[in-house]
Design a protein around this ligand. Sequence first.
Ligand code: COA
Length: 163
Amino acid sequence: MAISPDKAYLITKNLLISKADEEDIPKVINLNRIALPENYSPDFFDEIFRRYGELFYVAKLNGDVVGYVMCRTEFPSIAHVISLAVHPNYRRLGVATRLMMEVHKAMARIGLRKSYLEVRVTNQPAINLYEKLGYRKTRVIPSYYMDGTDGFLMELNLEGWKV
Ligand code: COA
């Protein structure tokens, strides 16, 4: 069901984008299970949070986590977006765009030069989002996903970003 303009206004007005806190991680894990077929172990989320917390952002509405993005840094000053998701009830309101903009600013602040990610070739909503944010498809990774689906590798140049 489409969200009414009034409700959409309230959601976007009350939405908070911030770096994740430790107590957000169980909610992120829940959301990951709702939103994506790629589910990781709780230990993996904990490790990413501990090591790369600078690049782990959540979108919260009245204390609930309705979106997250988690990334890691890789040699030599490259960011890898590991996972991004928005709760199905809060999509198409700019939540993912805001999360990605915040994390790109954080990447640039710590001196990273490039961000990359993988996306299913069939995931048109995410591909549209990434292209809108400036990512470009650089190649196809055959059978990247467990079910045999190919992935696109997409990259964004962060050089020259003002933060
Ligand atoms: N169909 C087509 N384009 C879409 C779309 C859809 N269902 N959803 C988002 N987009 C594109 C549009 O270009 C949109 O801009 P517009 O609304 O002005 O047309 C742009 O992305 C920004 O959308 P936004 O509202 O910021 O995205 P979102 O908060 O709805 O989140 C996803 C987008 C992909 C993160 C969300 O659909 C999701 O969580 N999907 C499941 C998990 C997933 O696929 N994660 C990415 C894995 S690589």
